[in-house]
Ligand binder design. Sequence first.
Ligand SMILES: Cc1cc2nc3c(=O)[nH]c(=O)nc-3n(C[C@H](O)[C@H](O)[C@H](O)COP(=O)(O)OP(=O)(O)OC[C@H]3O[C@@H](n4cnc5c(N)ncnc54)[C@H](O)[C@@H]3O)c2cc1C
Length: 387
Amino acid sequence: MLSFDCTEVAFKGKSDADLGRSVVLFRILSKPALVRWGSKLASLSLKLGLPVKGLIKNTIFKQFVGGETRDSSLNTIKWLADRKVGSILDYSVEGKETDQGFEDTTNEIILCIQTAANQASIPLAVFKVSGLVTQAVLERQSLNPDETDQDWIKLKYRLRRIFQTATELKVPVMIDAEESWLQPAIDRLAEEAFEEFNTEGPVVFTTLQMYRKDRLDYLKALWERAAKLGYFPGVKLVRGAYMEKERDRAKELSYPDPIQATKLDTDRDFNLALEFVVDRIDSGALVLGTHNEESCYTLVRKMKELELIPAHPRIYFSQLLGMSDHISFNLAEAGYNVAKYVPYGSVAELLPYLQRRATENTSVQGQTGRELTLLYKEFSRRRALKD
Ligand SMILES: Cc1cc2nc3c(=O)[nH]c(=O)nc-3n(C[C@H](O)[C@H](O)[C@H](O)COP(=O)(O)OP(=O)(O)OC[C@H]3O[C@@H](n4cnc5c(N)ncnc54)[C@H](O)[C@@H]3O)c2cc1C
């Protein structure tokens, strides 16, 4: 029977030294004040050119990042593949502001899709629309759609190149979800892509953040439109990464908070959404992006109830590299499709991503405690074997 408590599977292939490094890191991450100051200090030190790269590279970078380049991430990808876990190359460089920067990012995403096409261990690709255009463009297009906007036209051209490559090479590609004031534009782009590229099957995936009050209704309406227009929606379900930012902005600008009132409400909608999609899996596809054990068990139960095989080609579980390996490896061992995001880029480029991981592990109740408990359990198991 599937259990996420099996630490032998979760940490197979990790040396005692690897586990020790993770323990030190997660203990540091469990101290919010240390994370806050460390994060600020890291940004400042990199700006001043102080020699902190080595320190970052051997600690947080090693835990959460595949490598500095696509090629140097291949070792991590192979390591995961040896444990039956797929990879999703994530070029998570943020903050580019020029057309040249956006073109470079587009080309890099296309290279990720081409790399995926040649490797069975990379089943999916991913990108953020805000890596291809400024947030200002997404915000104004969310407020007032304007098809004559030159920046919008350029963005659509970049997206078309990405989706065409994905379709030709048969690599499903996911669009990450972003802040609610950018998302209407992203939703529009995703649905246009569905109409064009998902007519034979799910190639393009959109992401729904179930911490938003309106997303369950959106999901249902999306399925109705899909039936009417004749396409297969691909959906990645997540809870959502920007809760505090969302609440702060709603308060500051005096509009109703778009985020669920409680964590229980988010959990309820997340599980309802996953059941909704799995009940209709012949007409779409699902990636479940979560580190929540209960949600993963819910999907497993639901698949059993509907007599779907674990390796169902339209259903994937997904976690981030360096997090919740006990979920990823135990699911993969039981035959389910699992793929982890493998971010890559230089230390300086990935600093915002690493800062988010650090804060998330500090603020997500229980996540760090859970990782530490499992690490200690594995140490005890190994010690007992030696005695
Ligand atoms: C593979 C993968 C892809 C991802 N892609 C995206 C993406 O495209 N866009 C994005 O925004 N995020 C993305 N995330 C991050 C994700 O949204 C969550 O922030 C993160 O995974 C934690 O949620 P959880 O389901 O793993 O677990 P849990 O620890 O069970 O849930 C924590 C989450 O619950 C919600 N929550 C916590 N407290 C409350 C509260 N008081 N009221 C209401 N809700 C609350 C928040 O969303 C919080 O992040 C991704 C995560 C993974 C694993």
